[in-house]
Ligand binder design. Sequence first.
Ligand code: NAP
Ligand code: SF4
Length: 688
Amino acid sequence: MTHAPRYPHIFEPLDLGFTTLKNRLLMGSMHTGLEDRVWDYDRLAAYFAERAKGGVGLIVTGGIAPNRRGSLAPLASKLTNRWEVQRHRKVTEAVHANDGRICMQILHAGRYAYHPFSVAPSAIKAPINPFKPKALSSKGVEKQIRDFVRCAKLAQAAGYDGVEVMGSEGYFINQFLVPRTNHRTDEWGGSFENRMKLPVEIVRRIRAAVGREFIIIYRLSMLDMLADGNNREEVVELGRAVESAGATIINTGIGWHETRIPTIATSVPRAAFTWVTRMMRDAIDIPLVTTNRINMPDTAEAVLARGDADMISMARPFLADPDWAVKAAEDRADEINTCIGCNQACLDHVFENRKASCLVNPIAARETEIVITQTDAPKRVAVIGGGMAGLSAATTAAKRGHQVTLYEASDRIGGQFNMALRIPGKEEFIETIRYFSRQIELTGVELKLNSKLSAGELARQRFDEVIIATGVKPRIPGIPGEDRPNVLSYAEVLAGNAEVGKKVAVIGAGGIGFDVSEYLLHDDVPLQPDPDDVSVEDFFAEWGVDMDFRTRGGVEGVEPKRHEPARQIWMTQRKTSKPGKGLGKTTGWIHRTTLKNHGVKMLSGVDYRKIDDQGLHITVKDKEGNETRQVLEVDTIVLCTGQVSENALFDALKDAGQSVHIIGGAKLAAELDAKRAIEDGVRVAVEI
Ligand code: NAP
Ligand code: SF4
């Protein structure tokens, strides 16, 4: 790997005393679901090997429990005996064979464990878990420490370069640190000195057991973002104590899983939390790692250059692009497939008990299943439609050696992403369009914009394969009066040139209804947003976080300063369920909270009667079945009523005997998202 002068701080080696890391990039811990079953370890090894090959300095695995009670779920991964060591060797050997380094994260879930055998400092149920933990006896605490030590020794035997002790995000160790979850009266509770004894003892005894030349990362909850979380002095004191106890590196943890402030969603500005790590710098001598929403080399370099930390941790960005490091090193940052922070294929999958992958890179964690090989029979391929499905099909097929022409009816590629990127908080989506534009150049796809071909024209060109990726068009719901000039489609609104009044009814509460409502809460949304322009200060003010950390958890008693909504909005749906129920598991609450905080009224069980001069006439049915007639006196009505497929070309070509495939929204509009579109594109391209 050549080292680009552009990112000198990222590629400066890091001397740990007994070993040197080749750069300042740490692949942060993220559960993929492959850790839990012995038969998935070949897949897990291939996944990590690919990231090691891509040049990341140090990898941390997903969390592995030190005992059964501490595991995240029944039958979730643990490392408690020498038989389990064998499977881990596959991982360490694969990483070392590719010149990588890897630490295993030891994660004890405490009261976050999703099973009835959980243990915690006190028997206090977490708000996000139905299972109440059992309070540990003093002897029980000692046993947990011994299990951490045993787990670290087994990790060493498995060939790991070190361990990360998970002390943040509200898991077991974190639960000892704050009075909210620690009501103990023995030596493990009460004063902060007692409460922090558990992590200090764990680190001290692991160090004694593994010797000097083994990395111990301690992941420290530096900003709990809970009303009775640790204060700044306690966080610094714990950092010092963990350093003295023998930690090699301190990593940053932000928030607990029960925190109701976004920490990693796409709406969090880039590098928003590095000031938290910086606060430790004067107190700590060992290397500090910073984290959360750092996804591109310019951002990472700036964070290191201004001295906020010694290393950058990124988890999802390495799912999105295993070659992130090598591309940055070779000054090819414009080729990086950027993590857009959507959580749709990674964390949302994990929380639904499915295996993680990545929306922009469906090969992630499926390296043994989806393999892009060079074709020995290059074909002439036409891809119709330059949205996400078409872009991924065209560029993947061209990578394989096919000769690809991509036809797009409009004047730009990106399809629905051109609308998504205009939503405040979704600025990152512009990166995926940049990535595919560059891939088109690199792979030699012939791009024809403003080209809407008929079936006859396509047939005459005699392509070997045609891939229809013509996407979707808005569904027209058929409400009397919907043809009035003040009734707009979401596409017209997001194009930015339609007149929208001050009182608006948004019909439809799916992903797009939520997005459009968010958009309409703001004035002057830029046509081409820049993710680097999103204000960190405004973000923390809106969510009530004190960036000077003068208050417990950074939030206690801090009043959020919300922006004045640009409009009064009603959002409606026919279903009687909670609006936004179908949104992503890890992000839906953020969208619902943001809209509610800005006065958006959400109505379920709505029947649409008509639209006239007065506004939108509806009948609302409550849970008991009582109906009330209402008129929403609005100036503008926006239809966000789902989509229907644009697929007319497919049948015509099939009838003409053309070898033709259909993918993405053109194939199925219901529950379409970019995840399915991009995956469809890759899968069809590896098959032709
Ligand atoms: P959607 O999620 O299917 O929502 C369509 C909405 O329109 C529903 O609220 C539905 O509710 C309503 N509707 C459907 N037919 C109607 C009719 N004939 N008359 C009146 N109302 C009708 O579709 P979408 O919002 O257009 O989103 C499309 C896809 O884009 C989503 O599936 C999503 O995956 C993706 N997306 C995701 C996000 C995200 O944040 N993850 C954001 C934007 C888009 P009722 O039937 O109850 O009225
Ligand atoms: Fe990033 Fe979304 Fe991929 Fe997760 S699914 S790694 S958040 S782009």
